[in-house]
Design a binder for this molecule. Structure first.
Ligand SMILES: C[S@@+](CC[C@H](N)C(=O)[O-])C[C@H]1O[C@@H](n2cnc3c(N)ncnc32)[C@H](O)[C@@H]1O
Length: 404
């Protein structure tokens, strides 16, 4: 069976992206009861384990053994450039270390998954000057996996800019069948020319990480670049919100946000108002030189969705044209659409929970792309045998973990 286990499952958007190509979720975990509720609403409850991932390290048998793929879109809080950047030493992003501990235990019982996929923000490439991701690659190498790191931006798949890093670790024999393996340190290795064929998928940052750690198990997937989407902000807007809806801001709030715009942005908004048709833009609140500013974005894309801690990070949308303009927050359904989620996906009835559910989720078509271009191929090459990794040839060195 094309089985996967979903760590840090949230409301299940990795699940959503994988199931379209026939993947079967055998088990999922998250600590949030709210997210679990939404997950169960959409996928049923049989396979959801609610609780702290560190508790699983004490009993790794909780995770079913016959699992081909583990996915982990672990918390980005300590990795995002906006945060304090404690990195993997931080309480939240450091939960990745619990997953590593689970894998080490699975290795002892010969029940490692064949493939592990991590997802996080680009800050994962740079936190602790790259040491966090290097340490992670070291753990996977110690466990006998071969690793590729690719970068994808939701902007190629949806109307949202959301750059993300995917580290995909593949069991040795499967990697040797399906990936281009790097052979140690060779200056004029054709592996590098292969690497450089797709600078869009693997940036200089990834290159530098590999150059600094050439003896780790690096390998490359041969994949095509995503085709750029034609979906734009106007396509995800809930057009049936009536003009008298209380979602639209009152005059005080509307004038306030206008007052925070630069002259250039005010003039652009006036141009939008004068058009004979409606157009949309998003507004970001930023502090520039100590002054709060409202910045208008009109290229048809929303910025990266976030969980609304503090309130101000919710995304604002402007509708302008036919002599008028209105402003409101994007709705949770619009958030979901920006994440490429079908409209039949059930969202929490409480709007704030909806923003939380979608703000730190993954963009579904990005996962679909990875599935179709990488994971399905790995599974097919494995002939569906789904044998677990045998650790006979794996020299498990003592692994220096950041523990709690
Ligand atoms: C980046 S989000 C993943 C969202 C998910 N991919 C989705 O589609 O909704 C990280 C998730 O990790 C969960 N989490 C944080 N700390 C955890 C812990 N100690 N154990 C288990 N899950 C945890 C959060 O509740 C959150 O849902």
């Amino acid at each position: 069976m094309k089985n996967f286990a979903e760590f840090f499952a949230g409301v299940g958007l990795v699940h959503e992206g994988l199931r379209s190509s026939g993947w079967n979720c055998v088990w999922a975990n998250d600590i949030s009861r709210d997210k679990q509720e939404t997950y169960i609403e959409n996928f049923g409850e049989a396979d959801f384990w609610l609780g702290d991932i560190w508790d699983i390290t004490k009993n790794p048998n909780i995770v079913p053994s016959d699992t081909f793929l583990y996915t982990a879109s672990f918390p980005c809080t300590d990795l995002s450039v906006a945060g304090e950047r404690a990195g993997l030493a931080g309480a939240e992003s450091g939960t990745l270390n619990a997953l590593i501990e689970i894998l080490i235990n699975k290795n002892i019982t010969n029940s490692l998954p064949k493939v592990v996929m991590l997802e996080n923000v680009r800050g994962f490439l740079t936190s602790h000057k790259g040491k966090d991701i290097e340490q992670t690659a070291q753990h996977f190498t110690d466990l006998g996996y071969y690793i590729d790191i690719i970068e994808l931006d939701a902007i190629d798949f949806s109307a949202q800019s959301r750059p993300r890093v995917f580290m995909i670790a593949v069991e040795e024999s499967l990697a040797k069948k399906t990936m281009k393996i790097k052979n140690g340190i060779q200056l004029f290795d054709d592996w590098w020319s292969y690497f450089e064929r797709h600078p869009y998928l693997r940036s200089e940052k990834v290159k530098n990480i590999i150059l600094k750690n050439e003896t780790l198990n690096w390998a490359l997937f041969d994949i095509n670049l995503p085709e750029k989407t034609t979906i734009r902000l106007a396509d995800i807007i809930e057009v049936d919100i009536p003009d008298n809806s209380t979602l639209w801001w009152n005059e005080d709030r509307r004038s306030h946000i206008f007052s925070q715009m630069s002259e250039g942005h005010k003039n652009y908004l006036k141009e939008m108002v004068e058009r004979n048709s409606y157009s949309y833009g998003t507004v970001y609140r930023r502090t520039r030189k100590g002054k709060p500013m409202a910045e208008l974005r009109t290229d048809g894309f929303a910025g990266c969705l976030r969980t609304p801690r503090g309130g101000s990070s919710k995304q604002i949308v402007i509708k302008a044209g036919k002599g008028q303009w209105k402003v409101r927050l994007l709705t949770p359904r619009e958030y979901a659409r920006l994440q490429g989620v079908r409209d039949s996906f059930k969202l929490p009835t409480n709007a704030n929970k909806g923003y939380f559910a979608m703000g730190d989720a993954v963009c579904v078509p990005v996962i679909e792309y990875i599935s179709k271009n990488i994971l399905d191929h790995l599974y097919n090459e494995d002939n569906g045998s789904n044998n677990n990794i045998h650790s006979d040839n794996i020299k498990l060195r003592s692994v220096a973990l950041y523990c709690r």
